[in-house]
Write a protein that binds this ligand. Sequence first.
Ligand code: ZN
Length: 566
Amino acid sequence: MTELLLKNACVIDPLNRVNGEVMDIAIRDGWIVEKVGNGAEVIDAKGFLTLPGGIDSHTHICGTKVNFGRYMMPEDMRAGRTIRKGVMHATSGYSVPTTYGNSYRYSAMGYTSILEGAMAPLEARHTHEEFSATPLQDTMANTLFDGNWPVMEAVKEKDVKRAAAIVAWTLAAVKGFAVKLTNPGGTEAWGWGKNIACIRDPVPHFEVTPAEIIETLIRANELLRLPHSVHLHCNNLGAPGNYQCTIGSFDLVPDLNKERQSLYATHVQFHAYGGTSWKDINSKAEPVAYAVNRKPQIVIDMGQMMFGKTTTMTADGPMEFNLYRLHHNKWSNHDVELETGSGIIPVYYSKKSLVNCVMWAIGLELALLVKDPWQCLLATDNPNGAPFVRYPEIIGLLMSKRYRDEEWRTIHPDTGKRAILDSLDRELGWHDIAVMTRAGQAKALGIAKIGKGHLGAGAEADIAVYPIRIGETDPSRDYAAVVSAFQRTAWTIKRGRVVCRDGEVVVEGTNRTIWSRSKVPDSLDMGKDPEFVKNFDRYYTVRMSNYPVQDAYIPRSGCIESEAVL
Ligand SMILES: [Zn+2]
């Protein structure tokens, strides 16, 4: 039995309605308990800000496309190199670091759980192998269904139960966590050199629309009782005028269930553009935020863009091709048979570019205009909008109007004609930030019930102690202190062990992979469905028996079971 007592912690724990109380946290064998014995190891938190471990609900850190980004860009790998030190492996890479680089940097920022935003089922093994080399965070994988042939057949036949059964079989086979739709239908169209403009465009050959795919999978997801909702990357990412498509997608969410979240829309900054071309692009954060405010069933993440170098990577192959035609730099394109695709290009977001300045403003506008922080989470779609190491600056910008104004003076002078950021006075508080970086994620992903994202008794002891005293800091004025505190914890505790101290990793980690299994009736087991089996063997280049990810790929598994209502 190992016991730890974290004393004098200034706790903000939104899921338990604790807001800035100085208290002790007792930990036994990795879990938070009511109290521990006298022999427990004691850490004095000195009144520092103490939050549940950070959770990133949308990031790209593992899998084939991330890895391809690594070897496509040796110049990125040369940046951010650190030498081997103590238990720490050598790392390299800035926007697409090695797996250990990702893990250490997240840990230094207090993050203890992360969700890979897009895993192609056929390439799941690679993702899981890299998860096991990401030792300091529990991991989850959004599983791509945007161009899944059997799902589109079920959508065409309006057979929600069959769509649900295919999702259940696939998630269990590849140890996936949730349903991800990236440019639904668009990645399949891209196989024919085409794209989908918006939710009412039919997908070639299948003759279903993105709207039908989204609606069917929202309903299938509900039937399966999966922990997370459908996770949507809307059609038409990054295109001027796309905000209408985004709001149209939000309108597909049924009003029926106000309690249960039905849709998570990711990196909405990239989907909130007005105008008709790059010449007149402008912010439509206001109508998009208004649409979110109207629907409590929707949660979004910001997809904040920050100035500087990064790498963009997504399953949205056609979008990356359009970006490539703008930048004329390197480009990679990839098709995943029967399922999805992907593309990668490097970018530099510049303050001299009016388009980039408008993008920067839109992400912040969204976070300031969505009224309820539980509905707008902090993320950059790492590394697409910016590498995740920029999160502390985003926190500073959200908490300080003064910081925003200072930045505003350095960007393109015409930004004010296209965006309204400088007119927004709202400054978010510590509690809002705690929601937007961990509690909100735990709720949206449905993992609070397995003890994540909060600090009550029974929770997993994942804790971040930041070297800042909130009573002595005015974030509006001392934003630099806020940024620096969130860059480096005093202690990051993962499952009851101090894993990182003052920014330095001190132990080898052991993470868990969290995945979902929904039990469906035998009659809907796709592994025994003659048509599904026949088509699988006919169209895939792999045999069905070789498709599932073996348990050996997941040394420590945290399966969330649910009972489907089919
Ligand atoms: Zn993404």
